[in-house]
Design a protein around this ligand. Sequence first.
Ligand code: G16
Length: 540
Amino acid sequence: MAYTRAERLAIDTYSKCDTREIKYGTAGFRSKADQLDYIMYRMGLLAGLRAQDTSAAIGVMITASHNPEQDNGIKLVDPMGEMLAPAWEAHATTLVNAPDDGVAGVLEKIVSEACIDTNKKALVFVGRDTRPSSNRLRDAVIAGVTAIGGEVKDFGIISTPILHYVVTCYNDGENYGKATVKGYYQKIAQAFVKLRSSSSSHGNYDPVILFDGANGVGALAMTEFLNHLQDSLRVTIFNKGEGVLNHMCGADYVKVQQKWPEGVPKTQNVRCVSIDGDGDRVIYSVLDSEGRFHMLDGDKIATLVADYLQELVKSSGLKLKLGLVQTAYANGASTAYITKQLGIPVACARTGVKHLHRMAQQFDIGVYFEANGHGTVIFSTVAREAIQAAAKAKEGHAEKLSQVLDVINETVGDAISDMLLVESILHARGWSVLDWNEAYTDFPNRQMTVTVADRAVITTTDAERECVTPEGLQDAINKIVSAFSKGRSFVRPSGTEDIVRIYAEASTQEEADNLAIQVACAVYELAGGIGDRPKASMLL
Ligand code: G16
């Protein structure tokens, strides 16, 4: 097939406005929204080809998730809800970096390399977040899909996990659920209500929740969920869209700043559930009776979930291998708790749920969570069938386990499904959020960012725990860390923002802060820092 028309549009309407080499990042492409039109158009072309390649519907989500409102981005969803396959990430990078008059050539090369039958139908499901730019960028994606003769089903404003869900359901013949937005709400909410009615323990559990919607699409999703939850939870939604997206609120703000979100009343002993800009991450927090702030992040969620699932599996007499996947950001206290107290195997993946998801597939039941609250649980076919058979035979807690399975959105991290899972477990255990928090105490930690001229100068190995380049940086980090009691630190280039991220852990908060600043200064000096040199006031 000649792609003359596709190239014509690339030249005339969606001309490339960037000369920098751009790489498919942690979760697709992200940038300032006004630099993205040509990328969106080209990703529309690519999604169409991928749909022909897989003979399945492909998802395109227009969002920059946790990034500031002026950014935007694109996430591509493969047929079974997974992130785009690595070989296609490489195709995406090549296509985005081609000159306008090289677009047809790249498309032809992809078709030939992947042996694509271009007569096949190309169906692409498109969703978008609430950013003002998302509407325009949606049009660019549609222009790309249609330029190669593809067809688009536009789902409008939806959360990322809903898009993953409908793509999966459509492609698996609706075995996983109905391939509609309504089907998503119904399946997860009904499973939650059923699980709750079959669980008797209440104890210290209180169904009151302050929900921080980050001024994004997740607030809309929660509003809709409440129509299906039959008053089983008493949720009040804040940051519904009246303020700026992700600004001083939402999961990323609470996690990185370790602060209560703005816009949510500071009610003591009532938990706050914060989600991010596209509804795929969740963080819990609470102010205790003395007004002290406690955060329960992805590590705490992972341990709660893995512990509970392990208990249900054991009591059902099932021999299933359960494991947990974290990243270098996992708090050292959580890893020690999982291995020593829970006796559950832990694996460490590079940042990005795509990496955790693949690693979790080595287990029958793979629990994966990033500390930032992005994660889910996946079950192998063997595990799913064994659980269903045991549930039918009414063995131990197998029925409960099979109900838990239905609350989980396995297709990707899903903030609200994860929240409902946490609520189910707390309810079953009769725990308050402070009871849950007592499982272990996080080591004090700090995250910082440094801006450098070119973040690609930093490369890493060992699941990002060690720097390979620039020369001397890892030695400098090792030297700094050695002066701190229980110190640990690593640096890595972000795959979603033009920054370098620094993580530091030590025995006191003051030391963790100090360690982060010193490591940030080393990055600034050895990796070409620009702007202000890192200093303590940046932590506030
Ligand atoms: C995305 C990814 C996450 C990752 C996060 C930050 O989240 O899906 O897996 O942890 O970016 O990545 P980085 O540190 O490379 O910037 P989201 O919620 O922003 O789509």
